[in-house]
Design a protein around this ligand. Structure first.
Ligand code: 2IP
Ligand code: CA
Length: 388
């Protein structure tokens, strides 16, 4: 007998677990003992390099394991269909191999973490406390309006990117927003991404993006999250995003790209758009979702399924989507701009689709990506490619 799950419970749990992940990301930056481990490399302690490298990975692995643990406790039927960027196998400075997992009590989890952290009990206890804390990131009543929409547990898979834009997270700089309302780099670019896809269609059906360092309390300096979610299932489209902020007037002309994209790509679009760079695949997608930019284009293969699944679900809920860069060029070449074609081109996420054992390469978006907020935005992109 297949277990049915209420979609509103799933979205609420994604939001709660995303916020728990954000708490871990924040405590590592706010507690001196943990921050020291994260940034030691910058102060040049060569002998600790290996350990520090591992600690960076630990932040990622821990957030991923929290999501895995909490979601599979709530919905046991999805346990074997939760995938993420990181493996939980971890090697500590002594060369010992340890499986990082969330155990049944804070004390047990702290003991395990202590082994990974080479006996640093203080750090292990701090982390275990956050990992086991109950979090209620209360979303708006919109979620209750999903009423009794249900889905079979066996029909869904989950992709997690525990901390996207790790480099900005470690760098710790506070980004200064431009007139357009987004930052080019900085802590604000770090995002926890949790996306749900349908195993039947391969398409994303729901997702959350938690930005752990979205805003800072001016008095205490404490960082607060901002979170967006979206659902696109069986004709039910719901999302948290409100309208584009009023002061943003020219977002149709803004195109986001990676600083590492080719000069050729940037030149191609610069005839029609103003090109901006911002760090983080998830963050660029968030800017498109929020209406701060018209689209995000990447001609290279440097993103993965875990980077895209959650934002893609939110874009679909808004009436937009994500296709490959190659598809965009084909649409332009063959003069195709019907909505039906756009739907057929959506990137899919089924784990089962790829049988070759190429490690993480299996899950990379090898033909590049194009993310847009509306059909009109994609039509503008198609015309821009045709123009050149
Ligand atoms: C990275 C991160 C990078 C991004 C890259 C992602 O994920 O989002 O910032 O490159 O595509 O895979 P860019 O900033 O140039 O867009 P992670 O930080 O999780 O490795
Ligand atoms: Ca990533």
């Amino acid at each position: 007998m297949w277990q049915m799950m209420k979609v509103k419970d799933l979205i609420r749990d994604l939001l709660n677990v995303g916020e728990k992940g954000a708490n871990v990301a924040r405590i590592i930056r706010s507690e001196h003992t943990l921050l020291e481990l994260l940034v030691q490399e910058k102060i040049g302690e060569q002998k600790n390099e290996r350990f520090v490298q591992d600690f960076k990975t630990l932040a990622d692995v821990l957030v991923q394991q929290i999501v895995y643990h909490d979601l599979s406790q709530k919905f046991p039927g999805i346990k074997d269909s939760i995938y993420g960027e990181e493996s939980n196998k971890f090697t500590n400075a002594l060369g010992e191999s340890i499986n990082v997992e969330i155990l049944s009590s804070p004390a047990e989890t702290a003991d395990l973490l202590c082994k990974v952290l080479n006996g640093n009990e203080q750090a292990a206890n701090l982390l275990a406390k956050v990992v086991h804390e109950d979090v209620s990131y209360y979303p708006e009543d919109k979620i209750d309006k999903m009423k009794n929409l249900e889905i079979k547990e066996e029909d869904i898979g989950i992709w997690i990117d525990p901390i996207d834009s790790t480099a900005q997270y470690i760098g710790g700089e506070v980004g200064i927003p431009n007139n357009q309302g987004f930052v080019r780099h900085g802590l604000q670019c770090a995002c926890v991404l949790i996306g749900v896809y349908s195993k039947l269609t391969g398409l994303p059906i729901g997702g959350i993006i938690n930005q752990p360092f979205a805003s800072q309390n001016p008095q205490t300096g404490r960082w607060l999250s901002s979170c967006q979610w979206g659902l696109n299932l069986e004709g039910c489209r719901m999302f948290s995003v409100t309208d584009t902020p009023e002061h943003i007037t020219n977002s149709h002309q803004i195109l986001l790209t990676s600083a590492s994209d080719t000069v050729e790509t940037k030149d191609k679009f610069s005839q029609v758009y103003t090109i901006h760079h911002a760090a983080g695949a998830g963050y660029k997608l968030l800017c498109v979702i929020q209406g701060l930019a018209d689209a995000y284009v990447l001609s290279k293969n440097s993103t993965f399924k875990w980077d895209m699944c959650a934002p893609h679900a939110i874009l679909l809920s808004l009436g937009g989507g994500v296709i490959s860069y190659k598809s965009l060029c084909e649409l332009a070449q063959n003069n195709l701009s019907s909505n039906k074609k756009f739907v057929e081109c959506q990137i899919i996420y089924s784990r089962e689709d790829n049988s070759e054992n190429l490690g993480s390469k299996n899950w990379c978006n090898s033909d590049g990506i194009v993310a847009y907020r509306s059909i009109e935005a994609l039509q503008r992109l198609v015309s821009a490619v045709k123009t050149c």
